[in-house]
Design a protein around this ligand. Structure first.
Ligand code: SF4
Ligand code: SF4
Length: 383
């Protein structure tokens, strides 16, 4: 396993990090249970093969993975780095951040987190919640008290917002953002963050599973190795997180991370051309640039368009539907139904998409898909 310095910290993290959002679960009645023995084995293998960065969060895997992974890491706790996060929506008033971190520490039986992240922030939450209530200072207080060792943010907004946050706040040591062959929106900001001394950690290197689609739907051969090497070999990326679902996936990812020869520029250009052509097949030409944000109703517009593309172009109906239902049910603030048609986003859209009308179409599309699945009429998933 290769290791990279995480920004200006003196910490070397494994090139491949362990994401806990897609760990194996089984459903009993209406409840989901993590496959604890499998997860324990996966964590053991990960550590043995050199992975030392473990991301976690309290909503993943129906709220169970942070505890199960922390428990599995117990024998190795001094050798690895464990991260956890707090969403701005859970922070209302001064004192809430330390309270929330303390709860997470209790839930996971930890004395400290190596890395703490403000989770999934955008400029609106940064200004309106984090700065307004002085939560940056509170994070520093948590660090001083030994509850957390390093502070970062994970990010969902336009690249200009990332620059704004990095420039305003000098406490951040790391940033987590999305970057993959399909969505290269953050590429320049990744370079910017890295030059500013932040350790860059990438999530979603496989575009939420899209790049795992069978070749017949991707049109040409883009392998998992291509997709991961594209991200991992970027010199501005310190660590790449994959949401691992099985021991086989873990071993495959480790094998890819251990390939020493970097992906060639020629291959990268070839892959980018394939992806760009693929995107053109989508009925909604959203590039994921997020210039349409902020939406006053907090609707993650590009995410909904991306899920539509997953189903419409790549035929990954179940993956897209599960993510859609998750956004609508769990992330209630981002519920697509909350669009009030104010059209603030339309003027900002770089692709001149009539966003409220297209969101309505996306909503109807997934409602129909839901009915198919609920009434068992869905034909065999084409994946
Ligand atoms: S039209 Fe809908 S999606 Fe666009 S900004 Fe207004 S509420 Fe948000
Ligand atoms: S809807 Fe338009 S502005 Fe928003 S992410 Fe897509 S292309 Fe960019």
């Amino acid at each position: 396993m290769k290791y990279n310095y995480l920004g200006n910290t003196d910490i070397k993290v494994s090139k491949l990090g362990f994401g806990v959002a897609r760990l194996p679960e089984k459903k009993v009645g209406k409840d989901y249970y993590l496959e604890k023995n499998i997860v324990r084995k996966m964590v053991e293998t990960a550590v043995e093969r050199g992975i030392n960065y473990f991301d976690s969060g309290n909503i993943y895997c129906h709220g169970q993975s942070q505890r199960v992974v922390a428990e599995a890491l117990k024998p190795y706790r001094d050798k690895v780095y464990l991260a956890n996060k707090v969403m701005p929506k859970d922070l209302n008033k001064k004192g809430d951040l330390i309270k929330k971190i303390t709860i997470l520490l209790d839930e996971t039986h930890q004395k400290y987190f190596d890395f703490f992240y403000f989770w999934g922030i955008n400029r609106k939450d940064f200004d309106g919640i984090i700065l307004k209530n002085d939560f940056l200072q509170e994070a520093l207080d948590a660090k001083r008290k030994g509850l957390i060792n390093h502070i970062g943010f994970s990010f969902h907004d336009a690249p200009s917002a990332m620059q704004y946050i990095i420039d305003i706040a000098d406490i951040f040591e790391t940033v987590i953002c999305q970057y993959n062959l399909l969505d290269r929106t953050n590429e320049k900001m990744i370079e910017y963050a890295s030059k500013k001394g932040l350790g860059v950690i990438i999530m979603s290197p496989l575009a939420g599973g899209t790049l795992l689609a069978p070749e017949k739907y991707k049109g040409e051969s883009v392998t998992v190795e291509d997709a991961m090497k594209f991200v991992m070999d970027n010199p501005n990326v310190a660590c790449t997180l994959t949401g691992i679902n099985s021991q086989n996936e873990l071993l495959q990812n480790i094998q890819i991370a251990e390939i020493e020869e970097p992906i060639s520029k020629k291959r990268i250009q070839y892959l980018i051309n394939i992806m760009d052509n693929m995107k053109k097949k989508s009925k909604i030409n959203c590039t994921g640039c997020n210039y349409c944000q902020p939406c006053p109703q907090k609707i993650n517009i590009s995410n909904y368009f991306n899920l539509y593309m997953l189903a419409d172009v790549y035929k990954l109906n179940k993956i897209a539907l599960d993510s859609y239902n998750y956004c609508v049910d769990i992330e209630k603030e981002e519920d697509i139904s909350k669009c009030v048609g104010c059209r603030q986003c339309v003027d900002r859209c770089t692709q001149h998409i009539d966003i409220p009308i297209q969101l309505e179409k996306v909503k109807k599309f997934f409602e129909t898909l839901n009915r198919f699945y609920i009434y068992g009429k869905a034909t065999e998933e084409r994946q």
